[in-house]
Design a binder for this molecule. Sequence first.
Ligand code: NAD
Ligand code: ZN
Length: 380
Amino acid sequence: MSTTAGNVIRCRAAVAWEAGKPLVIEEVEVAPPQAMEVRLKILYTSLCHTDVYFWEAKGQNPMFPRIYGHEAGGIVESVGEGVTDLQPGDHVLPVFTGECKECDHCKSEESNMCRLLRINTDRGVMIGDGQSRFSINGKPIYHFVGTSTFSEYTVCHIGSVAKINPLAPLDKVCVLSCGISTGLGATLNVAKPPKGSTVAIFGLGAVGLAAAEGARIAGASRIIGVDLNSNRFDEAKKFGVTEFINPKDYAKPVQEVLAEMTNGGVDRSVECTGNITAMISAFECVHDGWGVAVLVGVPHKDAEFKTHPMNLLNERTLKGTFFGNYKPRSDLPSVVEKYMNKELEVEKFITHSVPFSEINKAFDLMLKGEGIRCIINMEG
Ligand code: NAD
Ligand code: ZN
C-alpha cells in the first residue's frame, strides 16, 4: 500500500483558467479515487488538437477552470472501492472514450460507443457522484473527457483506463492513447481499403498520418494527402503518402481535383481536419458505386454537413468514428503489442518534447502547425 493511498495528493497541474489564455502550473489537490475509480500518476502526456479546440472554446462550449489532456501514459497509484481489474503499479493508458464492458454497445461487436462512458466533452465531473476530484483551496476544477492528464495525478473511472504491457515505454506509447490509434483504426477498422486501392487523407497531423499508415498497411497503392499547410508534405512522405494536394493551389473544389486525378474519385477517404468544408470534400471525392468516406475530425459545435442526396444515392457511403472504433480496454493493449512487435512505428510521430513546466510551448507548436506530436514530460 502506498503512503498516499486514501489521502488527498497535492501536486502540479496545468490549469486552464480562461479560454485561449496560457495554462498556469498550479498546486492542486487531487482527492482519492471513489468506487470504480483509480488515481493515476501521469508520467507522459501529449497534446492532441481536441484539447486545443476546447481550450480555445471558439467553436466549443466553454467550461473553466479546467484541466485538459487526454493522450497520456501513467501508473496506477491507488484504486477505489470495488476495483478488481487494476492495482497500484499497473501501467495504463487513459482513454477519452470508455468501455464499461456491460452495456449493449460494449457487448456489440460493431460499436465502441459505450452507453455509460462514451466521450462527453460537456461533462466536467466524475460519473459516480457528479463531483470533481480536483480543487484549489477547496474550489473545484473541472475534468476533461474523463482523463485530465495535464496533472501529475488524475482520477479516472476504471472504464476509461486500458492496462498495457509494463515493458512498453510510456514516453512512446502514450501517443497510442488517442491520435495514432484513432487514425490507424479509422482506416483499418472503418474505411477498410481493399488492397491496391486509392485512399485520400484530409489533414496530415498525427491523426491523418496514422490514417495514412493504416492505408499503407492495408496495401493501398496510392495515398493522396490533402492539407492547407504544404510544410506537412515532406514529413508525410515518411508515412507512405505518395501524392499531395494543397486546396489553396486550385481555383476549383478539391473534390473535383481528386476526381480528375483518379478517374472519377478515390476508393476511400479519411477526414482528419475538424473542418466542415474538408468533411464535405472528403465525402464528395469518393468514387460513386463503392466509395467510402470516414469522418474523424471534431467539428465546430454549430457545423452542419450539407451535400446533395444524389451523392449518397449514387452509392457512396459516409461513416464516422471515435477512437478508430477500437474498444479501449479490450483492443488498445493489442495496439501497444503491435508497437512492441515492431509492426507499428510510433517514434516517427514524435517530433518534439518539452518539460511539463513548458507545456504552453506544445500549444504554440500545434497552433503554428509545426511538428506532429509533442511529448510533455511530467517530471520536468
Ligand atoms: P493537427 O492539428 O495535428 O492536424 C490537423 C491538420 O489538418 C493540419 O495539418 C491542418 O493544416 C489540416 N487542415 C485543417 N483544415 C484543413 C482543410 N480545410 N483542408 C485540409 N487540411 C486541413 O490535429 P490532430 O491532432 O492530428 O487531429 C486531427 C483532427 O482529429 C482534429 O479535428 C481532432 O480533434 C480530431 N480527433 C478526433 C478523434 C476521434 O476519435 N474522432 C480523436 C482524436 C482527434
Ligand atoms: Zn459500455
